[in-house]
Design a protein around this ligand. Structure first.
Ligand code: CAA
Length: 258
């Protein structure tokens, strides 16, 4: 791959978007490679992913403006679909994904971070949806996910004004879970990923599915989604090991992911 690097540290996989000359902007090739990187993750041995950008200035500075500048209506729609398909794959990826937002997260950059389960950012991070200043709408899910994350009023303000916000404001409105000094961001993301990876992996995956699918359903259906997933845990060795350890006043010595 030209623009993506993948590292495995224990149970944690780290995907880095590595196109620093364009501040990690997403062109078709980068999107294709993110898709391929997700396909290549070994779900037997990986329990959490971290997504970040190369360098200290930018997470992702958006979709590639050069590539988009000459698109026709049909091509624009197809480009939007390509991004949306990859971001939806990330959002529904079986294991949790933490975005370590290490700088600019503009347009498609803000949008890809919102497709992750949890956003941690550095103190120099900048979030925004600048698309209307370029004559387009947010096209990789921004109109949908920003409104769901921070509420329609704040999302509309950010999107209509195309105004960027800094890390502290992103934290204040609930767009990010926590802000760290740049030098501490990756360690914090790894620490959180390690904590997640220590828990019963099948149960963690079931929680992700229950939250995601439940949010798209009404409460009566959502509760049934939870019940089914809760029930399915009782077929796992991890449930037996976890509860036996508690009853024996021991710490579970490591979940088997079975
Ligand atoms: N697409 C293509 N190239 C980009 C880019 C993008 N989104 N963002 C930055 N770059 C390139 C610049 O063109 C520049 O390349 P050259 O050195 O070849 O000229 C290089 O990255 C460095 O950028 P700057 O010189 O502009 O760096 P800066 O520090 O002065 O400014 C910035 C940084 C404020 C992030 C500025 O680059 C910027 O405003 N970028 C565009 C941000 C943006 O509008 N993103 C939304 C894109 S639209 C979108 O994402 C649609 C969608 O929803 C699908």
């Amino acid at each position: 791959m030209e623009f993506i690097t993948y590292e495995q540290e224990g149970f944690v996989g780290i995907i880095t978007i590595n196109r620093p000359k364009a501040l990690n902007a997403l062109n078709s090739q980068v999107l294709k490679e993110i898709d391929a990187a997700l396909d290549a993750v070994d779900l037997e041995t990986t329990r959490c992913l971290i997504l970040t950008g190369a360098g200290e200035k930018s997470f992702v500075a958006g979709a590639d403006i050069g590539e988009m500048s000459t698109l026709t209506k049909a091509e624009g729609e197809a480009f939007g679909k390509t991004g949306n398909d990859v971001f939806r794959k990330l959002e529904t990826f079986p294991i949790p994904v933490i975005a370590a937002v290490n700088g600019f997260a503009l347009g498609g950059g803000c949008e890809i971070s919102m497709s992750c389960d949890i956003r941690l950012c550095s103190d120099n991070a900048v979030f925004g949806q600048p698309e209307v200043g370029l004559g387009i709408t947010p096209g990789f899910g921004g109109t949908q996910r920003l409104a769901r994350l921070v509420g329609a009023g704040k999302a509309k303000e950010m999107i209509y004004t195309a105004f960027n916000i800094k890390a502290d404001e992103a934290y204040r409105i609930g767009l990010v879970n926590a802000v760290y000094p740049q030098a501490e961001l990756m360690e914090a993301a790894k620490k959180m990923a390690a904590k997640i990876s220590k828990n019963a992996p099948i149960a963690v995956r079931a929680c992700k599915k229950a939250i995601n699918e439940g949010l798209d359903a009404d409460m009566d259906q959502a509760i049934v989604i939870e019940e089914k997933l809760f029930g399915s845990c009782f077929e796992t060795e991890d449930q037996k090991d976890g509860m036996a350890a508690f009853l024996n006043k021991e710490k579970v010595s490591g979940f088997k992911n079975k």
